[in-house]
Design a protein around this ligand. Sequence first.
Ligand code: UGA
Length: 442
Amino acid sequence: MRITTVGCGYLGAVYAASMASIGHEVLGLDVDQKKIDDLKKGIAPFHEPGFEKVLTEALASGRLRFSTDYADAADYQVHVICVGTPQQINGSGADLTYVHAAVDALIPHLDKCPDGRSLLVGRSTVPVGTAQILAQKLKDAGTDTLLAWNPEFLREGFAVKDTLYPDRIVYGLPDDGAEAAEAKALLDEVYEPMLKADTPLVTGNYPTAELVKVSANSFLATKISFINAVAEVCEATGGDVSVIAEAIGLDDRIGPKFLRAGVGFGGGCLPKDIRAFMARAGELGAGEALSFLREVDMVNNRRRDHVVNLSREMLGGSFTGKKIAVLGAAFKPDSDDTRQSPALYVASKLSGRGADVTVTDPAANERVKTERPNLKVAKDAFEAAKDAELVLLLTEWDEFKQLDPVALKEVVAEARFIDGRNVLNPAAWREAGWDYRSMGRP
Ligand code: UGA
């Protein structure tokens, strides 16, 4: 198939390279010249394990090209919208500016592909109802192009694997039966290797496909906030949330994943998706149905503030002039993405209240330097912790999980530690002389 991906961020660039790797001819389009120049040279504009290898191999195969000129899309049959849908600056809904801009830019170049009828595929996470609006937009513009919705479920840090080996594929198809069959046939060709490998395929109409995505992310967010709420109760009673998570996770109706209590969820997806879902339900008169997501968001925010409050308590009631090391800045390990990062939220709060904060992150240091110039940045945990009166672990990178408590104690001024991700062995750290605290564990 000849496929364009419109938007070359995490989603689009990984999708473009992955689709080329399974044999398609792919054109990656983006309005950002620097990003396109980097991608053409095989340079990943973000940290994503395994991506540069697939990218360079796909470029070498001759099946992957990048461009900023939308007119280049004319020869391609399937156009996949992969642009971002961030939270609105002045609201909690999703900002669809980039989606509409992408479709508007494509429209003049549709219906020109010699291979046959074109298909526009939405992969961005959008409020329910968007696909219908875009389908109408295509009709109003007089194009013959079909539209399908095909949400993505990739996780940062596993983006290539999740794109090439998804655990399910979802198609949102037109209501018209003949159009639905035509769109499905094109998508089946795009995903032929995955379907041959028996990847489950779920089909529905546009709103169903749009809702699958936000429901999945809302469920994951709810699971995390649930266990974090239990952690709060553990803190009031002396229970151990890790043991509770292990015990309830053994029930296969519940399952062990996404039950890691800690400083909460962040990133460019979960926080904004639950808010956009609530906002959209409100617009549709179904706001009450999702009011529990407000609680999910509140529990999540409370965990961040809990870490700030615990820091103050451990420092004797004041932050002024106190030297604090924060291990982690990305919203999760194996990523340099700092959007809605719990670690950066806490670091900035501590700094704003007068502490002398040094952050270190294996991948996000450069980002922190540009985005948060008020924070000091160190090359590693030992440099960050030098003379610190408190050390916080807020992103569970492997290199932090392997820290030696005896060696780290040598460099700090006071051996106080908050394990905001419950990844260290409390006994080992206490035996080494640390005042070690974690989230919902005695
Ligand atoms: C999330 C979803 O997991 C993907 O399926 C989805 O495709 C993606 O959003 C998206 O919408 O594009 P991602 O944002 O990469 O993926 O990150 P997750 O792995 O879901 O982690 C989100 C946050 O939850 C992280 O801050 C992580 O530290 C936190 N988390 C995760 C916990 O605090 N506890 C857990 O048990 C699991």
